[in-house]
Unconditional design. Structure first.
Length: 132
C-alpha cells in the first residue's frame, strides 16, 4: 500500500487538475482506498502495482508535484459505546502526537476513523491503543 500526494502547480484551473488526476488514476485502474483533499492538493491511499503507480505519477507530474510514500499501513479504529468520544479524530491525533500520521479519514457519524501511518510506526500505534 502506498500514499500518493499531489499538489497542483498550474496548467489549467484547479477543477481541471482534480478532474484530470482522477481520470489518469481511472485509466490505469489505480485502486483508491481513501482520499483526502484540501485547496490545491489531495492524497490517496492506493494498492496500485509499481507499474501503474509509476505511470500515474509520470502523467500527473506534468501539472502537479507528486510525492509517494511506500510501505504504509491503514489502521481502522472503531469506537465502542464504553469509550464514546475518546477515539474521535481529535482524540486519536492527541494520543498519536509523536507519530507522523500520513492521513486521517472518517465518515461523520460512522464511529470509525482510519489512520494511515508508515509501516515502521505500526507497532508503536498499536501499542499505544492497547495501553489505553
Amino acid at each position: 500500500i502506498s500514499v500518493c500526494a499531489f499538489t497542483y502547480v498550474g496548467g489549467g484551473g484547479l477543477f481541471s487538475f482534480l478532474e484530470r488526476a482522477l481520470a489518469v488514476m481511472a485509466h490505469y485502474d489505480m485502486p483508491v482506498f481513501a482520499m483526502a483533499s484540501s485547496a490545491g492538493n489531495f492524497s490517496v491511499v492506493t494498492g496500485a502495482d509499481a507499474s501503474a503507480l509509476q505511470n500515474v505519477c509520470k502523467e500527473l507530474s506534468v501539472f502537479a508535484e507528486v510525492t509517494v510514500e511506500k510501505e504504509v499501513e491503514v489502521i481502522c479504529v472503531q469506537e465502542t459505546a464504553e469509550r464514546k468520544g475518546e477515539m474521535s479524530e481529535k482524540g486519536l491525533v492527541t494520543l498519536l502526537k509523536d507519530i507522523p500520521l500520513l492521513m486521517v479519514s472518517s465518515e461523520e457519524g460512522s464511529g470509525s476513523v482510519s489512520l494511515t501511518v508508515r509501516r515502521k510506526d505500526r507497532d508503536k500505534v498499536l501499542n499505544l491503543f492497547f495501553a489505553c
